[in-house]
Design a protein. Structure first.
Length: 203
């Protein structure tokens, strides 16, 4: 519609003006923001009373994502009883363009046993962490350097290193693979300290 065309609200009859005032009053009571557009029309002539659009500033000129309105006389026009109605149509592709990329999967924790003696302990440690919601990668093949390269390749957030010395002292070495910092943590049966530190990595 041309912006020079007469404003539609100048030609509302009393019934339509009162109806529109009730619509705006309801939106105001619910705290729903809206902007009046006296030039808004729909492409079909069976609409009555209010027409509406949902628009976004994030899609440029194609910013309308939902449009609709009332069509109280449509059912009767099609041979049915007099019945009020309201409906809308949505641009699925436009709505999809507004959806943020989903977050990626959580980065795993690499459990790295050092030596064959530590493999059984590492298996138990990995199972406890998994049962507490951690994504754990546990590999047995290769030396320490190879296992750490694997941890980097899978983008692990941290590595838990455990060898004979750690087992003897009931500790494990926790290495932050983003910063390179590492600390020793106790390995009580619940792994409480280790789990708390791992949770801190994920915010």
């Amino acid at each position: 519609m041309s912006l020079e065309a007469p404003s539609l609200d100048e030609y509302l009859n009393t019934e339509s003006r009162d109806f529109f005032a009730d619509v705006k009053s309801g939106l105001d009571r619910l705290g729903i923001p809206y902007r009046l557009n006296p030039h808004l029309v729909r492409g079909l002539d069976y609409y009555t009373h209010t027409a509406f659009e949902f628009v976004t500033p994030h899609l440029g000129a194609q910013g309308t994502v939902i449009g609709g309105g009332r069509y109280d006389g449509l059912v009767e026009m099609m041979g049915g009883p007099a019945m009020p109605g309201v409906g809308w149509a949505a641009g699925i592709e436009r709505l999809a363009m507004l959806i943020d990329e989903p977050p990626g999967p959580p980065r795993p924790i690499a459990v790295v046993p050092i030596g064959e003696t530590a493999e059984a302990t590492a298996l138990t440690l990995a199972e406890v962490l998994r049962s507490n919601g951690c994504v754990v990668d546990l590999g047995y093949s290769g030396n320490l350097a190879r296992r750490m390269r694997r941890a980097n390749r899978i983008n692990a957030r941290a590595a838990v290193l455990i060898g004979e010395d750690e087992i003897a002292r009931n500790v494990a070495t926790l290495r932050d693979l983003d910063t390179g910092e590492q600390v020793e943590v106790t390995t009580d049966p619940s792994l409480g300290e280790l789990r708390a530190r791992l949770q801190a990595f994920y915010g």
